[in-house]
Ligand binder design. Structure first.
Ligand SMILES: Nc1ncnc2c1ncn2[C@@H]1O[C@H](COP(=O)(O)OP(=O)(O)OP(=O)(O)O)[C@@H](O)[C@H]1O
Ligand SMILES: [Mg+2]
Ligand SMILES: [Mg+2]
Length: 733
């Protein structure tokens, strides 16, 4: 060791690994190392496989090339029978991941050669283990141990492990998508299992999960692996190939890639391959859990690098660091390699925000009156801005002249807004070489010089829009500047950021305008300004601290930004974003469409959708038809394990959580029936809504981004009139 160069943090990580390696049992101990006996040539499995799939190059154990090479250091061997060995070994060892991290030894679960690709089955079995747990702490620990094992044995595989665990193939901003629908998966499954599409479809209907269909079909087909064991890297690389196929025949090619994975899959692998492909992993944890686990895994592995002085709880601190870093640089390639190279304590220095990579947008909290705002911002300087009703956009203009537009979700929206690119390029001042602009894109009528409602904007096409085809014009309403000429601005207070904003762009009516604002401490003046905002077709105001506590807080729902909306006179103050998870058949005028829906919020701690109300009003006839048609394809035979609904609620059909609806209501009420925010304001009862009405679909939010149960509990507590003790009255449609 002494002849080695001074250890880097990576070395430290590995030396942690080395240290635990010492605890390794002798490499070829006992029964598990035995060369497995080949099955007899009359193996029924082989016959089955041959019959079902005559063209598939079968690897039989009779082939001398396939026999086991007695390399004692080799733990994964590429023969069918040894794969079966490793299946058994993994199945025996993976449950160890449930140990408390302080008692867990990563080497105890490794059954592949050091630095060799991690078997995909290792990850699949870990997913299985996680899916059986409910508690966030236990799940975090399992994920932490899983990641530690990979860092210990094959650190090169940490990036794909993290991506697959997040059910992603690349950062959202890169716009790389698998681009496969259920239809392609069904075709691949039918081919791979020697079944008809019809059969697969009917199984799908019965089981409600294509992953389960895949698992059942594959396991009934063969109990023995005929292919090389799947590795995590192989799966990840194949997903990339699938995403990159384009043009003619691309669906066919994608299908073949899927088929090749399915052929090689064993045990519970088909289940997770399919779910990952559908981006429906949903095993009960959110990305925040993965980030926390990544931070904790680094602390456990860095046995020899002490946390900086003054840190009382290194595990918590490390989790916080990784989450924060991810909010400014949502890119696992960069974060994981920095983590491995320099360790978690250096991470904020190594992984700073980078122009071109979107940061999570700062979010606001709802308030219910001007006086509430004045109360909250007592003694601090603040500004009121119009709250425009369009689509949030973060525009990155780089030194090299390239421009990208990102959505609220960090997705690439560049192709949707060529007109915006033209406007910002034209209206930036000559002194500006690069910037990141935070703004709202709002539909605009140039003839009448007025703002148009959100509904108009939502008719704009999403992809590859040509400037000449644009029917709905938009105006950029700029409210923040995060980066300017190579300098980061978000540590600056809003006063300074706004000065930079105002001096960096030329305003042009209807193309680029600064958000209308006023600075006042007077209730009446603010009320007047609010009325003007409504007159100007805005939703209300966003009130922001200017000087103290006024930095830009990426991804955060901050107390320093307060929104005040038109219907603040309602007890609620803000609308909710909810997910339909069930539906009731319509009667009378609504025969043939759904007449009502069971909608839910999302609980980030329990990772479940919680029923909140039965929603039946607010839909225009056409809207109801459209929603019914779309949701009919999302019907599932029974509620998902991650739905918490209450026993007395029995919708006619259950729905896959697939879209988000904005819903307004009169107020919130404690309910013995619905489960929203259960345990947060009442130990056994949930929260429900009174007089809920549908407002619109929110295509910019994913189901997991719907209103959280924390938010709902907060709103309930903020509600002046407390309904505790009042009986639920949900049948208000
Ligand atoms: N002047 C402004 N400053 C900041 N945000 C603004 C402004 N004008 C309009 N907005 C928009 O208002 C949004 C915040 O309020 P809104 O109630 O629409 O939130 P949302 O999209 O429903 O998300 P959430 O409810 O999760 O905050 C911002 O994300 C942004 O798109
Ligand atoms: Mg909005
Ligand atoms: Mg909202």
């Amino acid at each position: 060791m002494s002849s080695e160069p001074p250890p880097s943090a990576f070395d430290k990580l590995l030396s942690g690994a080395r240290a635990s390696k010492k605890k390794l049992p002798p490499p070829s101990s006992s029964k598990k190392r035995k060369a497995p006996t080949p099955p007899p040539s009359s193996s029924p499995h082989k016959t089955l496989e041959t019959v079902i799939n005559p063209n598939n190059n079968l690897k039989t154990v009779q082939n001398p090339e396939e026999t086991v090479h007695e390399d004692p250091s080799s733990k994964i061997r590429n023969t069918s029978s040894s794969s079966n060995g490793i299946v058994a070994e993994l199945k025996e060892k993976v449950p160890e991941l449930k140990k408390k991290p302080e008692n867990f030894d990563p080497s105890s679960v490794v059954c592949w050669e050091k630095n060799k690709p991690v078997p995909f089955l290792f990850l699949s079995l870990a997913f299985d283990l996680i899916s059986k747990e409910r508690g966030r702490i236990v799940i975090t620990e399992i994920v932490c141990n899983l990641l530690r094992t990979v860092i210990h044995a094959t650190p090169d595989d940490l990036v794909p492990v993290v991506y697959l665990s997040a059910n992603k193939i690349a950062p959202a901003y890169k716009g790389l998508e698998l681009g496969i629908g259920d239809a392609s998966i069904i075709r691949a499954l039918a081919d791979a299992c020697g079944r008809t599409e019809k059969h697969i479809k009917s199984q799908y209907k019965k089981k409600g999960d294509l992953g389960l269909v895949a698992q059942a079909s594959r396991s009934s087909q063969t109990t023995m692996r005929k292919h090389d064991a799947l590795t995590i890297r192989k799966v990840f690389d194949t997903f990339h190939l699938i995403a990159k196929e384009s043009g003619k025949d691309s669906q066919e090619k994608k299908k073949n890639h899927i088929k090749s994975l399915l052929f090689a899959a064993t045990d519970c692998e088909p289940l997770y391959i399919i779910r990952l492909l559908q981006t429906k992993l949903r095993i009960g944890y959110a990305e925040q859990t993965l980030l926390a686990a990544l931070g904790q895994a680094a602390v456990h592995t860095e046995e020899h690098s002490n946390p900086p002085p003054g840190i009382k709880s290194p595990l918590e601190e490390a989790a916080k660091i990784v989450k924060k870093v991810y909010s400014v640089l949502p890119d696992y390639d960069k974060i994981v390699s920095a983590l491995l190279k320099d360790g978690v304590w250096e991470l904020p220095k190594k992984c700073d925000f980078t122009p071109g990579v979107p940061v999570g947008p700062m979010l606001s909290k709802a308030t219910k009156s001007v006086s509430e705002i004045l109360n909250k911002f007592q003694g601090v300087e603040f500004t009121c801005e119009y709250k425009y009703d369009g689509e949030r956009a973060q525009i990155h203009f780089l030194e090299n002249g390239s421009v990208e537009i990102y959505s609220r979700n960090a997705e690439r929206n560049t192709g949707k807004y060529p007109d915006v690119i033209a406007a910002v390029s034209r209206l930036k001042k000559t002194t500006v070489s690069s910037f990141i602009l935070d703004c709202e894109l709002v539909a605009y009528d140039h003839g009448k010089q007025t703002i148009l409602p959100f509904q108009v904007l939502s008719t704009r096409s999403r992809k590859n829009v040509a400037k000449s085809d644009i029917k709905v014009a938009v105006c950029v309403f700029a409210f923040d500047l995060l980066h300017l000429n190579g300098h980061k601005l978000f540590q600056e207070n809003l006063k300074i950021r706004r000065e930079h904003l105002y001096t960096s762009f030329e305003e042009e009516s209807g193309f680029l305008q600064f958000a209308t604002s006023t600075t006042s401490n007077d209730v009446e003046e603010i009320q007047e300004f609010f009325d003007k905002a409504i007159e100007a077709s805005c939703e209300g105001l966003i009130v922001k601290t200017l000087h103290e506590d006024a930095t830009y807080e990426p991804s955060k729902r901050s107390n320093n930004w307060l929104k005040l909306k038109k219907d603040y006179t309602d007890n609620l103050g803000d609308s909710l974003d909810l997910v339909p998870i069930g539906a009731f058949h319509g009667r009378g005028k609504r025969t043939g469409v759904y007449g009502a829906f069971l909608v839910a919020c999302y609980d980030n701690e329990r990772n479940e959708f919680q029923s909140i109300v039965r929603l039946a009003t607010g839909f225009k006839e056409q809207e109801l038809k459209e929603r019914s048609t779309i949701l009919r394809s999302k019907v599932i035979p029974k509620p998902k394990a991650y739905y918490s609904c209450g026993e007395s609620i029995n919708p006619d059909v259950w729905l896959e959580a697939s879209e988000v609806w904005e819903v307004k209501a009169a107020d919130l009420t404690i309910s013995p029936v619905y489960r929203a925010a259960e345990g947060k304001v009442d130990s056994v009862k949930g929260i429900s809504l009174r007089f809920p009405r549908f407002i619109r679909v929110r295509p910019d939010k994913t189901p997991e981004q719907s209103s959280s149960s924390e938010q709902i509990a907060e709103m309930y507590n903020a509600q002046k009139l407390n309904h505790t003790g009042q009986q639920d009255d949900d049948e208000d449609d």
